[in-house]
Ligand binder design. Structure first.
Ligand SMILES: [Fe+2]
Length: 189
């Protein structure tokens, strides 16, 4: 029996990028709480509980340094001029608030999240491959751990991922606020 010539091609890898942007966290947190206190209520997107701002934070000067960082990461990794931010919004998850599984629309190249305040046990972000069968046996043998990948947020962490990639956020099991900023972008060539 000839078994020496087996090859495996791992096709179409899903790139999830992580970087760190720890400048300006306090100013952004203050601005999120200022917006949170304004009348007008919360936008409902994936949040199950929790508060979400409107989607125009990328036009707010307090978030300009974060937008610059995101653009610079995209320029470096994808060898493009930078990134155009189209939507950016803040989320405050209090105890038991969570975000249900969803993906972002095909209008964008990448989506992402930046963490401003992550108390202990306030909810990991979990990614899941949306392709039917991608998580079935025997293919899951090539993955580390079941059908989902858990990422532990931290203050200042930025995660960028393809907009079609499904994700959700586990419930906040702490008594402190979990504050994050989500965004959608296209690459500028
Ligand atoms: Fe999302």
């Amino acid at each position: 029996m000839e078994l020496d010539n087996i090859t495996i091609s791992t096709l179409w890898p899903t790139a999830v990028l992580q970087s760190r942007f720890a400048e300006n966290l306090d100013a952004m947190k203050s601005e999120v709480y200022r917006l949170n206190a304004l009348p007008g209520g919360s936008i409902t997107k994936s949040n199950y509980g929790g508060w979400q701002s409107d989607v125009r934070l990328h036009e707010n000067p307090v978030f300009a340094p974060l937008c610059g960082h995101i653009s610079a990461v995209c320029a470096k990794v994808f060898k493009v001029k930078g990134a155009a931010l189209h939507q950016m919004w803040a989320c405050i998850n209090k105890r038991n608030d969570q975000n249900l599984i969803h993906s972002h629309t095909n209008n964008f190249n990448l989506s992402g999240v930046h963490y401003l305040n992550v108390p202990r046990d306030s909810g990991e972000i979990v990614f899941r491959d949306p392709r039917p069968g991608a998580n079935q046996a025997p293919y899951r043998l090539f993955k580390d751990d079941g059908d989902s990948e858990y990422f532990m947020p931290a203050d200042g962490l930025v995660i960028l991922f393809p907009s079609w990639l499904e994700h959700f956020v586990l419930p906040n099991r702490s008594d402190s606020d979990r504050i994050s900023v989500s965004f959608d972008l296209t690459l500028e060539r």
